[in-house]
Design a protein around this ligand. Structure first.
Ligand code: FRU
Length: 495
């Protein structure tokens, strides 16, 4: 039942994993079991646990023939690895099992819907991808590819649809028990769009409509769509390739896009109202969500970006990590993201200071660490001129540091890992516009061994970045140009 290719991958990952020390991995962010990881896939709740699969090339620290890696967790923070779930071992997916999603069937089986990639030679000697959507059904460990694969192929494309850019199905169940999925596609002008399909059983699919079209606004191809209702609105997430920058909202290259709007249920027409980035930091791409049993919509993204893959930790046996799971909400027409509340269960060793005057660089007793959850509330000093800049430095020693700074006159928060130890000439800083009334701002900084995630004003913006600074650099300091007041509470995170 299990192919030779999958068996080999499973043996390889098991052997290699045993040589990886606990401290060589992030503590509570999922990283590849061994080798390379990209997009989160198949994020679902199955048999009492959350399952998260991922784009996986176990044999190398670089992208290669895509397998699906597999992990599970009951709180989305303590992860345990499971054997690789899919390998590129059939004619229609021989060049890769690309991104996809999962659903629980009425009979209790777990169904994966993913993109199979097959390269075909062209008359001019080049190759062209044929991307189709395929099914595998299993029990939470072993999955069997459906004999009728592919279930969606070129013949299910609307006019002009490119069979080479047709990928990343996200499936869900409707209240009437039927299924829908959204798939990323390019039209005849190589412009991104999101297609919607319907099915009674998850196996036999029909094209329903084109949900959203790019019209040359946000990059080119739209990858990894997700589509769900949230707080009375309809949300379409997608990750466009080849973006052009727009102010501080969108940046060059691969980015993330959140379209918020309404859905006309009868016709399945999505009417866009607002758009925004999902993450304003450096490393975040291809997010996928799950509806938790308690009703929360939880999102995880690949805490990495195709454009920054040259920035690596020296000697680490894995590449690529997932972001912290985030609880989503819509407030005043915007996407709000908060760290999942389960993180609070890991908090220990509270250190708190109130009303601290920051006028230059200061250090506070007990405030340091590389596995921390720290909240800062910043405000101007009453009766004084507004400060020009506030900053927190972390992962700091005499040589290295990463910072988050806030300039109230410009309403800008910046993450900067230039001094984190990187020896590569790639993007190390990114800025975001924030809401700040008269210099007031809330920051929550979550550090794991190899990352920093900054939640601004209770989740109005998030800035994520990976860092590979030596773990001994655990200093934290605060700085103000002018006079700023700060309340700070810091917890260590212990698993
Ligand atoms: C996004 C992506 C997907 C594709 C996968 C391949 O990061 O390019 O569109 O399915 O990665 O690994």
């Amino acid at each position: 039942m299990i192919s030779q290719t999958l068996r080999e991958a499973r043996m390889y990952e098991e052997v290699m994993e045993s040589g990886i020390g606990e401290k060589e991995r992030p503590a509570f962010h999922l990283a590849a079991r061994v080798g390379w990881m990209n997009d989160p896939n198949g994020f679902s709740y199955y048999n009492g646990e959350y399952h998260l699969f991922y784009q996986y090339h176990p044999y190398d620290l670089n992208w290669g023939p895509m397998h699906w890696g597999h992990a599970a967790s009951s709180d989305l923070l303590h992860w345990h690895h499971l054997p690789a779930a899919l390998a590129p071992d059939t004619s229609y997916d021989r060049d890769g099992c690309f991104s996809g999603s999962a659903i629980v069937l009425p009979d209790g089986r777990h169904m994966l819907l993913y993109t199979g990639v097959m390269k075909t030679s062209q008359p001019n000697g080049s190759t062209k991808d044929i991307q189709t959507q395929c099914v595998a059904i299993g029990d939470g460990v072993n999955y069997e590819k459906y004999s009728g694969n592919p279930v969606l192929s070129a013949r299910n494309l609307p006019e002009g649809g490119s069979p080479s850019d047709f990928r990343d199905p996200k499936i869900w169940e409707e209240p009437d028990g039927t299924y829908r999925c959204v798939v990323g596609n390019c039209d005849a002008h190589k412009d991104g769009r999101i297609l919607l399909y319907r099915s009674k059983d998850g196996l036999c699919w029909e094209y329903e409509t084109t949900l959203a079209v790019n019209q040359d606004r946000f990059g080119k191809m739209w990858e990894c769509p997700d589509f769900f209702e949230l707080d009375g609105k309809q949300v379409l997430l997608t990750s466009p390739q080849d973006m052009l920058p727009k102010g501080f909202e969108y940046h060059n290259g691969n980015g993330t896009l959140c379209l918020i709007g309404r859905l006309e249920k009868e016709t399945y027409q999505f009417c866009e109202e607002r758009n925004q980035s999902v993450d304003y930091g450096i490393d975040f791409y291809a997010p996928q969500t799950v509806a938790a049993l308690d009703g929360r919509r939880i999102m995880i993204g690949w805490m990495q970006n195709w454009d920054t893959c040259n920035f690596r930790g020296m000697g680490l046996p894995w590449y690529g990590q997932m972001s912290l799971p985030r609880e989503l909400q819509i407030k005043e027409g915007r996407l709000i993201q908060k760290p999942i509340r389960e993180l609070e269960n890991l908090r220990t060793g509270k250190v708190q200071f109130e009303n601290v005057l920051v006028t230059d660089t200061i250090w506070l007793d007990g405030i340091k660490g590389r596995l921390i959850d720290m909240e800062m509330t910043i405000r101007p000093e009453a009766g004084e001129r507004l400060f020009r800049k506030f900053a927190v430095y972390f992962a700091q020693d005499e040589r290295y540091q990463t910072s988050v700074s806030f300039r109230p006159y410009e309403s800008i928060v910046k993450i900067d890992r230039k001094q984190s130890g990187s020896r590569r000439a790639i993007i190390h800083q990114r800025r975001s516009l924030v809401k700040s009334s008269g210099g007031e701002l809330k920051l929550r900084l979550i550090l794991d061994r190899f990352s920093a995630e900054v939640f601004v004003n209770d989740g109005e913006q998030v800035l994520s970045a990976v860092i590979y600074t030596d773990q001994l650099a655990d200093g934290i300091s605060f700085f103000a140009d002018g006079k700023a007041r700060m309340d700070v509470v810091k917890y260590d995170l212990r698993l």
